[in-house]
Design a protein around this ligand. Structure first.
Ligand SMILES: Nc1ccn([C@H]2C[C@H](O)[C@@H](COP(=O)(O)O)O2)c(=O)n1
Length: 207
């Protein structure tokens, strides 16, 4: 019997656990991530790459076959060093981040790894602003799933909603089933895996 699954190496193949009954039958895992959780979690994971000290936003674009075709987070444009450009909110607009930073939604669209994002769904932590809404509409994205609408009172959000509605882009708030999803790099039984060289990657890549 093959005790390995696509993403798990069982620690003790002889043990009876929740997927293996004593009579030897094997059932599928039931605590797997549902699609929506997986895509929103991908957006939240991408946000962890953001250098913005106050707000980290991630976005994940998914096609009609549930394939991820773009991921992005808020960051400085390529070539604009994130140690040089400002991250603060100075009253001097040129010294404030807002004129420079690329929003997660825009980066996800620009980073697409497919020919088009037409009819795709975007998963994003924050409701998109008016500038991102324009790009969402023009790129053909048909649905936006978001978690927080904390800027609902802002004119940029009101304008965004007006445009998305007029253009027929569906918006839907996502209510997470689980408050937290844990990623545990030690959950595999490392002793049973062939040793892999640990290579330090350069940290100047940007999504
Ligand atoms: N839908 C959004 C909204 C905001 N962002 C980015 C832009 C900034 O980096 C940050 C907001 O900064 P704050 O005013 O909260 O200090 O989040 C985005 O990517 N997508």
């Amino acid at each position: 019997m093959d005790y390995t699954t696509s993403n798990t190496v069982l620690k003790n193949p002889n043990a009876t656990d929740k997927y293996h009954s004593p009579n030897g039958s094997t059932t599928k895992r039931l605590d797997y991530l549902e699609w929506e959780e997986y895509f929103m979690a991908t957006a939240f994971l991408a946000a962890k790459r953001s250098k913005d000290p106050s707000t980290q936003v991630g976005a994940c674009i998914v096609n009609e076959d549930n394939q991820i075709v773009g991921v992005g987070y808020n960051g400085m444009p390529r070539g604009c060093c994130d140690d040089v450009f400002p991250w603060g909110k100075s009253s001097d607009k040129l010294k404030s981040k807002y004129l420079y930073v690329c929003h997660a939604e825009a980066n996800a669209i620009l980073n697409k790894n497919a020919a088009s994002v037409k009819n795709c769904t975007m998963y994003v932590a924050l409701f998109p602003c008016n500038e991102c809404a324009k790009q969402i509409i023009q790129s053909g994205i048909k649905k936006v799933v978001y978690v927080s609408d904390k800027h609902a009172h802002k004119k940029s959000t009101i304008a965004s909603k007006r445009m998305l509605t007029a253009a027929g882009v569906e918006t839907q708030q996502y209510c997470p089933k689980n408050k937290k999803i844990e990623i545990d790099f030690t959950e595999l039984d490392w002793d049973q895996l062939p040793s892999t060289p640990l290579k330090k990657k350069k940290d100047n890549d940007s999504l």
